[in-house]
Each structure stands twice: as C-alpha cells, then as structure tokens.
Design a protein around this ligand. Sequence first.
Ligand code: FHN
Length: 587
Amino acid sequence: MGQMHTRQRKKIPIISLILILVVFLMMSCGNKKSSDSIENKTPLEEFHDIKFGMFIHWGLYAIPAGEWKGEYVRGIGEWIMRKRQIPVKEYEQLAGKFNPVKFNADEWSQLAVDAGMKYMVITAKHHDGFAMYNSEVSDYNIMDRTPFKRDPLKELAKSNAKYGIKYGFYYSQAQDWHESNAAGNTWDFPEKRDPKPYVEGKALPQVSELLKNYDELALIWFDTPQLITPDQALSLKQNVKELQPTCLVNDRIGFNMGDYIQMNDNSIPTMVYDWNVWEIPATLNDTWGYKKNDQNWKAPRDLIYKLTDIVSKGGNYLLNVGPTAEGIIPEASQKILRTVGKWLEVNGEAIYGTDHTPFFYPNITWKCTTKPGKIYFHIVNWPGTTLEISGVENRVKNAYFLANNEKIEFEQKGNKLIFTLPSKPLDPFNTVILVEIDEMQVEVSPGYGYRDSQEEVSFYARDARFRGEEVRYDWESQTVSGFVNSGYPENELRWYHFPFEDDVYHVDIEYACDDSIAGSEFYFYNRMEEEHRYTGTIQGTKGQFKRFRLMDVTMTKAEDNRLVFGLIENDKSANVRVRRIILSKVL
Ligand code: FHN
C-alpha cells in the first residue's frame, strides 16, 4: 500500500479557533433556525434519523420466565398465559410476587446510551393486561398489586430525559387477556365480546394517562390490531394527537392509520423499502419477555450486520431486551449491546442520519448508506486485498476508513471503483469506508440502482427470518442449519418484501448435505401461489455446495412478496446446510 494519509489531522492555530468560536456563537444567537437543521425536522424525520432503539418487554411473565408448573413452555415468554391458557385468577397471583428490587432506571438508560441506542420503547401494558405503571383506570397495575409499589415507567421517564434518550410506550390496545371484552382470552371468556366497553373503559383512558403523566413522548407503540373497529382505532389515534401532537403512532394501530410502519417481527426486507418510514422490532434471542432457558443470543457481529442492513434499506432497528423479574437486563444482553455500542462510537456517522443505499446488492460483501456528498461502504465480509464496486458514476475525491481515518488507495475506471485494502479487516464485524464524491447526490449507472431490473437475485439464508427455536446461522459456512425434529412445525426460513417485476422466475436452492444424512423432505412456497407449494427431497452432495432447480414461480410487483423454505423435520434434517434461494428470470 502507498503512503497513508489521515483526515482531520492538521493542527489549527489558536487564533483561528477563537475566530471560529466567535462566528459560531454569533450564528447560534442571531439565526438559530438556519444554524440548526435538527430544529427544522418533523418528529417523523427525527425518528428516521435516530435509527437504533431499545425495546423492553417487561411484565409479570418475567416470573415464570418460560416455565409453568415445572414444565418448559415453547415460544415467546410473554405469551405464557395464553399458551398455557392460565386462568386470570391464577395468573393474577404473579403480581403479589413481583418485586424487582434490583431495577435501576439510570442503569437501563445508561445501557441504551452505551449501546448507541437513541430511543426506548417499554411495555406499559402487554397482552396480559397488567399495567406496568401507576394507573388510576385499573387497579391491575404495578403500584396497587405488587409489593414493589414503584412506577418504573416514571423513573425511566426521568432517566431517559437525563440521558437524552427519546421515550415511548408499547400499549396492547386490542388484546387484553385480563378483560372479558378485549381480544385474546377465550379460555376464561369464551362468549362473544363487544370491544366498546373495554376500549372506552380501559384502553382509551389508560393511553391518556400515559400521555398526560410521563412528559414528552416520542411515540405510542400499539400492537396486534384485531377486534376493535376503525372508529375505535381512530379515537385512540386522535386521543394521542390531541394530548401530544408531536407524539408518533406506529402502524400496528391498524387500518393504515399509523405515522410510520413496522415490518413483521424480526423480518428484514430483502431490498430497499422506501415507501414509508419504517422500523423492525427484533429480538436479541428468541423471546421478547424474559425466558431463563433462552440463551440463543445473537452475536455482536450479527447485530451490527443487521443494524447496517436495516439502515441501508431505509429502516430503524428496535432491538429488544427482556429484563428479569428482579429488574435486571440479562448480563449477556448487556455485554452484547455494549459491543455494538463500541462499534457505533467509531462508525456511527455511517448509520445515524443516513439514507438508504442507492445500489442494488449484487453480493454479500458490502452494504451501503449515504449522506449528501458521501457514500459509506460497509464491508461485512472481507474480500481480501481488493474490493471492486461497480455502478458509481460520481468522481470520487477521497476514501477513508472510519476505523482510523486513514486514506485508502483507489482507482476509478469508468463506473468501477477499485479499492486496495489491507489483507485483514480493520474491524472484526464491519469495516466502513467513507467515500467523498464531487456531488451531493450519488449517481448510479443504469442497471445498478436499487430498483433496477435484475436477471438473478439471491436470497441468502443469513437474511431470512428464522422461524423456530432451533435454526442457527453459521458465519463461517454462511449457512443455516438446525432444522431439528422438534415436533413443532415452525423451523423454517422466510424472506420478505422484494418488489419484483411481473415475471416468471426459476427457483433454485443451494445447500450442502453429507450423503449419509440425505433424505429429508423440504418445502418451498411464495405467498402469491400458496397452492403451488413445492416439496422435494434433500439429496446428498458429499458435503459440497450444490444448486438444484425447484420450480418456476410467477412473481408480481407487490411490495409484500414472500418466500418460505422449510424442512419437514426428521432425525436427519438438522444437519442440512442451506445457503440461499436463487430466483432467475425465465428468458
Ligand atoms: O404478540 C406480540 C409479541 O408478544 C411482541 O410484543 C411483538 C413485538 O413486536 N409483537 C406481537 C407479535 O407481533
């Protein structure tokens, strides 16, 4: 490599510093608006800029922590009441035991800061109906029913304000398993229900309490819209806006009434999604509410990859922690989040306030985010000593590593940008290259744009939503395996949101399988053609990766296309290593 140069290393004389300070002070006193662009942003734009938030699922379900009467309960921890159909009278008893004396709001806010998270959304009331705050509307709440007798949401309001974290509440507006007229509890209340008394008597007034008693809120996060009518949803939304006009409402309020949208849980779109401001709620392991047996933590590499991937496609990442009944965010989550935060300390400028990639992704080596005049290439799989990126029309002025501010050698040949790199990454997870271009706007060559038509698109296993508790991704082999025989029909991979042209595509699959374990049955379908579900048998490939043609499918331009792949589990299926599904146009 040639001589290294660094950016921002020149010494500035003291007199210049004083001058800069005087000019800055004059600007900030005289012309506040134009000197501070944040002030001109709408709450939605500000939300879009902050990218990374902490979701907290905390409630009575943290006590059973995934076990009921000594038995393990599969699935997400906060659903234990419904999964086991625990009668209200029995579940209510948990409140008497809820005493999270180790809860410390400052520590939780500090963790969000350390992780580089800019907002926090906590369950004020989840589907079990228990209010985790001081509610006058229903005495089924933390102050009235627990020995704890503190309002953690109030304490977090204070600590978040102190630490500069935006704050919002999750509120389950339709499902409330404690109430006979709300959705969800069919074991205590099998009869037909009328949501009106529940919405008017509990949901609406509780949301009002949250908006009146906890200072400024960034958002109310509704969930699982069902049963309630469009009018009832509208009254919930109007109530929010009347009490706090700048408070956002997410789209799980239902009926397209949200200010911004959510992807399905843990479901990263396959391609850029820029029709709306959006967010992905996601788990750090396989549950939202604390489960003592769930140690399937996503590694920092995985989280940094996902954060980068989501932001490069235009979204926000709302990543969950599930505190224990003592009020502790599990050590493992804390450690992982702080590692992500360390990466963000160095590379945050390539995440916060950025725009999505202008490019279509041809491979899995890099991701991209942009700012005016700048392109950030995130190298997530180190390519060796050269990296070639095609499709850049702008003249590149300079390129630097964010990790050390050192200049990178590069050549530009036509629309090809060729970087000379060290043999090893500067960052073990994601080394970011900052490219300064001669124009504000990135110009992409025809055929390379994020909406340009492609002959072939790969859907990598890594980017799928993993369904089921056993499927695992391995970075080394870039495959998913672990389709174990669990007796639970959900170990599968799902890919979402990839706007296609209306066309017919071949579907291929790439996997590796030792001959001795061949024979599992698999299935594949896309939503548009569920009746055209394909099933086949996994063949032995002597452990080598091989590509097999499955079928042809008709895809449409719909934004919400979906592909699903699963193995019908048997004693052998666990060890099949699936790398990708490939769609190529039938020419
Ligand atoms: O049923 C809930 C679930 O418990 C959890 O709160 C997630 C978070 O997005 N939302 C629902 C399922 O989508």
